[in-house]
Design a protein around this ligand. Structure first.
Ligand code: PGA
Length: 237
């Protein structure tokens, strides 16, 4: 696992957006795994800027999101479909039929990813509790896409970030790619920004083997993963 620190989130996001734009330009077809939450917002802004100024075309890109809340209306502000549309999809020339989200029949999503050639590059965030996607502590290393229960901590964190602190408005379940699904990606870039993530990044750097109480530790077994973080997220290293 490679660890690269940038001074600021913006510098890190620009670096990753350049990597993604280069891959998009040099591949006839590319499958990108995407994340939601606060972490990738600056990255998506940089990608939209790149599309505007450098005319990188997303016409041959397919996307696969890590997760979606279970039971939400995909047009509602709570949904990750809407998040992706607002943050990225509607600002680039991506064909919406080439965007994919996990569905309640989870196994179908894993089959779909495989049938379309697998994920070339997966962007990941990390939860303060070490979750990746919504694979909460206790997740199985062999887990595939499935419906999961969110922990009270995740519900609280997401309430504060996206639901004006109203925990009762945060869906309690989600559909998430599993840890094994994520590990199938050919390349992974995990992003972490801010002091809140410092503990998780320090734990990830120390991890040597998978421990279910810190799901991100599965990534120590991946052959092509880079962890990119800002100074604040690296402050416990
Ligand atoms: P965040 O979430 O980007 O909102 O911090 C990351 C995660 O929970 O995986």
């Amino acid at each position: 696992m490679k660890f690269i620190e940038f001074k600021t989130e913006l510098e890190a996001a620009k670096h990753v957006s350049e990597i993604i734009a280069k891959k998009i330009k040099s591949n006839h077809k590319i499958n990108l795994g995407l994340a939601t939450g606060s972490t990738p917002i600056t990255l998506y802004k940089c990608l939209v800027e790149d599309h505007k100024h450098n005319h990188t075309s997303w016409a041959n890109v397919s996307t696969f999101n890590l997760d979606e809340y279970y039971g939400v209306d995909y047009k509602s502000d709570a949904s990750y479909h809407k998040f992706m549309l607002d943050q990225l999809f509607k600002h680039v020339d991506l064909k919406l039929e080439n965007t994919h989200f996990p569905e309640p029949k989870g196994a179908d999503f894993d089959k779909l990813i495989k049938s379309l050639g697998g994920i070339d590059l997966q962007i990941l965030g990390i939860g303060v509790n070490g979750h990746v996607g919504f694979n909460e502590p206790g997740s199985d290393a062999h887990s595939l896409t499935r419906i999961v229960d969110l922990t009270p901590l995740t519900i609280k964190v997401n309430a504060d970030k996206f639901f004006a602190g109203k925990m009762n408005e945060v869906p309690k379940q989600a559909i998430s790619m599993g840890l094994a699904s994520i590990m199938e990606s050919k390349e992974i870039i995990l992003l972490a920004f801010g002091k809140d993530k410092a503990d998780a990044i320090a734990k990830l750097k120390k991890a040597t083997t998978f421990k279910a109480d810190f799901p991100a530790s599965i990534l120590v077994n991946h052959k092509n993963i880079t962890v990119i973080y800002d100074k604040a997220a690296g402050s416990d290293l």
